[in-house]
Design a protein around this ligand. Structure first.
Ligand code: SAH
Ligand code: SF4
Ligand code: F3S
Length: 443
């Protein structure tokens, strides 16, 4: 009888992609996925260490898995990913029920380890980071949906002082263009409409001298790739070449994620972000100039050690200057092992909360300003899923990455349809499907 596994994923899209790789390996080894965690022979959790809150969630899940194991002691529990890398000692000391601990570069060993595990009874740990592992020639077992995540590079060499990623994921390395192209071809054959190229520093891609814009161009030329996205780029590596390729191919989405982090030059320097406030604003203007109608989103951290009130206001200034389409906003979370964790001028929690609230409030005003510009226009929307509000409505995204809700007609998931935008509320747009003749009248 075949054995079953259950996998839960926390953290960024790179973890989602890695869980799909792990699933493929487990299935090859004769395991079958089950949604029923209580019945699974093996439970895996792919973890994230980016903020304390992310780790807390995993600790509480582990407590739950332990309860299952108490009832069914044969259950194997495996901790994968960034926390495994970072917290292996802690996990092994305080959570003896965990059987397997594997860091992000050790997944190939999983099937073999599962075999060993059933034979022996000790913990199995492998968190060695590799300078080469890119999981070439392993095709992920993808979840259903319209989007296929394709990992193009791994690791990060930027060492922003707040960030744990360079320690959990190791050195930057890129995957060959051929191997990426093969994976994209397969995803298209399997019916995926959208391809998202992934990397912690996706635009510092460099495979034997081939840069990110060259890869992007090659992917855009693959037949039947309807939409291409990529995440996350670093502002420092955002080149005119990338923008030029983006503007030349209709299937590359008109959307850039441009993480600001903070608006004051002193804070940016202490974060080791390698750009100034002025350079960032200039770059966002160049992007808007080269890619009319582009959606720009960002990441913002409030309360970095030593950030004073005046410096924080400069983050709001940059937001007012750029008017982002959307933002992921975070309170600084101290990560042991990073440089910033050693700074002794930490901002009090209450103050961080206050700053976070003002950033969120300002961003919601900006999102509405940006979204309202779409009213009375026709946008091409990829039908992604049924809307949560009604079984009669679809939810899909514009190529500038805005969610649109509209009534169903005869289209199906995966189609790209023209939608006339009627209103904007909160973070979503509402619209109605446009017939082709009507579209010509409007545009
Ligand atoms: N490589 C990407 C994203 C990294 S993680 C980039 O450079 O943009 C996603 C976001 O989490 C970061 O952009 C940052 O805003 C946030 N983040 C990272 N470390 C953090 C920390 N210690 N505390 C709070 N937010 C953090
Ligand atoms: Fe972390 Fe900075 Fe690397 Fe992004 S670029 S993963 S924020 S160290
Ligand atoms: Fe988290 Fe690791 Fe991604 S720390 S954000 S899962 S690279």
């Amino acid at each position: 009888m075949s054995k079953s596994y259950h996998i839960e994923t926390y953290g960024c899209q790179m973890n989602v992609a890695d869980s799909e790789l792990v699933s493929a390996m487990l299935q090859k080894a004769g395991y079958q996925e089950t949604g029923n965690i209580e019945k699974a022979d093996a439970i895996f959790v792919n973890t994230c260490a980016i903020r304390e809150h992310a780790e807390d969630k995993v600790h509480s899940r582990l407590g739950f898995y332990n309860k299952i194991k108490e009832k069914k002691p044969s259950t194997i529990i495996g901790v994968l990913g960034c926390m495994a890398q970072n917290l292996k000692e802690n996990i092994l000391e305080s959570k003896p029920y965990v059987d397997i601990v594997l860091g992000p570069d050790s997944y190939r060993k999983l099937p073999e380890m599962l075999n060993d595990r059933t034979a022996k009874s000790s913990h199995i740990v492998d968190t060695k980071l590799s300078r080469f592992e890119v999981y070439d020639n392993l095709f992920p077992s993808r979840a259903e949906g319209v989007n296929a995540w394709v990992s193009i590079m791994r690791g990060c060499d930027k060492f922003c002082t707040f960030c744990i990623v360079p320690f959990t994921r190791g050195r930057e390395r890129s995957r060959s263009i051929d191997s990426i192209k093969n994976e994209v071809l397969l995803a298209v054959d399997n019916g995926f409409s959208e391809i998202t190229l992934l990397g912690q520093n996706v635009n510092s891609y460099d495979y034997e001298g081939k840069k990110f814009h060259e890869l992007l161009k090659e992917i855009a030329q693959i037949k039947n790739v309807k939409r291409i996205r990529y995440t996350s780029p670093h502002p420092k590596d955002m080149t005119l070449d990338v923008l030029s390729v983006m503007s030349s191919y209709d299937n590359i989405c008109n959307y850039v994620h441009l993480p600001l982090q903070a608006g004051n030059n002193n804070v940016l320097r202490r974060m080791n972000r390698t750009y100034t406030k002025e350079e960032f604003i200039k770059l966002s203007n160049v992007i808007r100039d080269k890619l009319p109608g582009v959606g720009i989103s960002t990441d913002i951290i409030v309360g970095f050690p030593g950030e004073n009130e005046k410096e924080f206001y400069e983050t709001l200034d940059v937001m007012n200057e750029v008017v982002f389409d959307s933002a992921f906003t975070f309170k600084y979370s101290s990560r042991p092992g990073t440089k910033a964790a050693e700074y002794d001028d930490h901002v009090p929690e209450k103050e961080k909360q206050r700053r976070l609230e003002s950033v969120i409030k300002l961003q919601s005003e900006h999102t509405l300003i940006r979204n309202k510009k779409f009213i009375n226009k026709v946008e091409l929307v990829l039908v992604e899923k049924e809307s949560k509000r009604s079984v009669h409505q679809w939810a899909g995204r514009t190529d500038s990455n805005k969610w649109v809700i509209f009534n169903k007609k005869s289209e199906k998931i995966g189609d790209i349809v023209p939608v006339y935008i009627t209103s904007a509320h909160g973070i979503t747009l509402q619209g109605k499907i446009q017939k082709i003749q009507e579209m010509e009248l409007v545009s």
